[in-house]
Design a protein. Structure first.
Lengths: 326, 320
């Protein structure tokens, strides 16, 4: 059975391997340059007291940066071009009637075919993620933005889970619809929909966020690459104040909530003094965030969700193919 | 020796048996019914095919031939009724599948793979596999082994598929219009190959076709479907012996119709021709009985859309 899978899909394999190799070459060459520049900038910075930011450090060319961000779409490719046709193309051509009338049970056929496809998807996602994660490590160290959707979603564990999910979605769509192009369309739409819903609405709630209150006149900065969920100001009675928008404000507190003594401060360069400072001391600011050390937990939870979805889709495929007439 | 005798000779008695004793059965169904949504593809189908037969599956388009073959192969599941193939209900098991060769009407092969690829795939997928026979046969037919089968002609593709299905060495071969794509000589050769295979023993064949003349040459058994129902099932010699064409004057035939089952009636002002299934001897001296040919029998039943229990008269060429 493995022989047949290889014979049927080896061209897809060569294409996929060639794409990965080309991507790896570009990433490795530019990645070495980026790492060099980062190291020399760090050294240069260490010689100047108070150099906290490396400023406008070169982070690779725009084209390569775009390619790295574009790997957001890589996991769905395996679903579109490998997963969706896996069953649908055979159903369209009637070749399931060839395969299923050899001395191989449908279950065996399914296990071997899907098994190899999932292995391929995991390798695809894993190699791309490893390259992107390595390439981005100076950026991550500098920009502390590991939780940004454009970063979190293309690094470490989750691309592997997304690829497995994309593949499973393609296979299931192909098995249910039995026609390649509609199955591809459903795969693409389904993948985007699930990814958006999870990233925007589920991910912020994997663990309950930490909220810290502090003096509005003071400041608070959690350590490392934390993920800011919300921030704002509450008044003396604990009421939340609308985020200032187009209205003058001091330390996040809108002028409308402050005495007239603060008016010159809002319009001028001088800091608040006297009664204005007194009034401001009654306001507190808050920051709601996911701490930086939760990064791996979040990666794990997100991966778990997509692996579970992939499992359900494969189970549906198996039930459909084993129960339905060929 | 006619081709029929050639086939029938070694087929008859099983090991140590003789005609009349229970023969080993290759295929048996009872009350087999298949619905696709609201469409009834096969209705209450009860057939028996003894081992070692070449059974012709005949019926008009949409009669349920493909459905029956797919149910026997285990590719489809019956809505109700029973199927026994090689002693078991069709199921997903490599031993069961190894004994069945099924070739669908549209000749499913991987269009991008070559014949050689298919031969090697077969070797990986089957416990018994005679790949060498396929190579020999296709080389003999001048069909290239190393060209993608999608680039072969329809007839060549059919030859590849047929050679592959035989290489599996099945006990039961189910062929859905296998010779439709072949030229007359290739048809004759292939049917001869089937007859040889059956003669060698251990093989039963059910093949559907519209080409009654071809089937008549090799078949010794007939399954006739019309309107999703079985009209006839049995050894062709027995079926022919049970039917007669009666030719007589144009007169009241009610007595004849009561005594025998009239399959087809053709009436002209001067003469009545009846094709009947006999229930005993014909006593009316006004009618002359003659033997039926397979093609006449098949055509008569093809016009028959009613359930077999009812007498349905088809009047042809009635003047006035």
């Amino acid at each position: 059975m493995t022989w047949l899978v290889w014979r049927q899909h080896r061209i897809q394999f060569y294409v996929g391997a060639a794409l990965l190799a080309a991507f790896a070459i570009i990433i490795v060459i530019t990645g070495v340059q980026v790492a060099d520049q980062f190291r020399s900038a760090q050294l240069a910075c260490a010689m100047h007291e108070g150099c906290r930011h490396l400023g406008g450090l070169f982070m690779g060319s725009r084209v390569v940066g775009f390619m790295v961000i574009a790997t957001l779409g890589a996991p769905v490719l395996v679903g579109l071009f490998w997963g969706a046709p896996l069953v649908a193309a055979e159903a369209e051509a009637g070749t399931t009637q060839f395969a299923w009338m050899q001395s191989v049970t449908r279950k065996h056929w399914l296990v071997v075919k899907i098994g190899w496809m999932l292995v391929a998807a995991a390798i695809w996602g894993g190699v791309i993620s490893a390259l992107v994660t390595w390439w981005s490590s100076p950026n991550n160290a500098e920009l502390l933005n590991q939780f940004n959707p454009g970063r979190f979603d293309i690094m470490d564990l989750v691309p592997v889970a997304y690829s497995l999910f994309g593949m499973a979605l393609g296979i299931a769509a192909g098995a249910l619809i039995r026609r390649v192009l509609p199955a591809m369309a459903v795969t693409l739409a389904g993948f985007i929909a699930v990814r958006v819903v999870v990233a925007l609405w589920l991910r912020p709630h994997y663990l309950s966020a930490v909220t810290v209150f502090y003096k509005a006149t003071g400041g608070f900065n959690p350590p490392g690459a934390f993920w800011q969920i919300a921030q704002g100001v509450v008044g003396p009675n604990g009421q939340a104040l609308a985020q200032p928008n187009n209205t003058p404000y001091i330390d996040g507190v809108p002028m409308t909530a402050l005495p007239g003594a603060c008016a010159p401060v809002a319009n001028g360069p001088a800091g608040p003094t006297g009664s204005c400072l007194q009034a401001l001391s009654h306001f507190r600011a808050y920051l709601t965030y996911q701490p930086a050390d939760r990064f791996w937990t979040f990666q794990g939870i997100e991966s778990g969700i997509f692996l579970a979805l992939a499992f359900v889709l494969i189970a549906i495929t198996a039930v459909v193919l084993l129960r339905r007439d060929a | 020796m006619t081709p029929m005798e050639k086939v029938l000779g070694p087929v008859g008695p099983g090991p140590g048996g003789h005609w009349g004793s229970p023969e080993p059965i290759a295929v048996q169904t009872s009350g087999l019914t298949k619905h696709y949504g609201k469409v009834t593809a096969l209705n209450d189908c009860t057939i028996t095919v003894p081992e070692g037969r070449i059974s012709a599956l005949i019926g008009p388009n949409g009669a349920g031939k493909t459905t029956l073959l797919r149910l026997l192969a285990g590719l489809a599941r019956p809505t109700s009724g029973q199927v026994i193939v090689n002693g078991v209900t069709p199921h997903q098991d490599s031993a069961f599948l190894a004994d069945i060769g099924y070739l669908a009407q549209d000749i499913p092969l991987y269009r991008r793979l070559t014949a050689e690829d298919h031969i090697r795939a077969g070797a990986h997928l089957n416990p018994r596999w005679d790949g060498e026979s396929v190579r020999e046969r296709l080389t003999g037919l001048k069909i290239p082994l190393n060209r993608p089968v999608g680039k072969l002609s329809g007839g060549q593709r059919a030859q590849v598929a047929l050679a592959l299905i035989l290489a599996k060495r099945p006990r039961l071969l189910l062929l859905d219009e296998p010779v439709a794509a072949l030229d007359p000589l290739a048809r004759k050769n292939f049917l001869g190959l089937l007859a040889d295979g059956v003669e060698a023993g251990g093989l039963t064949v059910i093949l559907s076709s519209h080409l009654v003349a071809d089937l008549e040459r090799v078949s010794d058994h007939l399954i006739m479907l019309a309107a999703s129902r079985v009209q006839l099932c049995g050894d062709i010699d027995d079926l022919l012996a049970e039917h007669r064409i009666l030719v007589g004057p144009s007169k009241d035939t009610a007595a004849l119709e009561r005594a025998h089952r009239v399959v087809q009636a053709t009436r002209t002002p001067r003469q009545t021709t009846l094709l009947v299934r006999l229930n005993g001897p014909v006593v009316d001296p006004a009618f002359q009985a003659s033997e039926v040919h397979l093609e006449e029998l098949v055509l008569a039943y093809m016009g028959e859309d009613a359930p077999p229990a009812l007498t349905h008269l088809t009047s042809v060429g009635e003047e006035q």
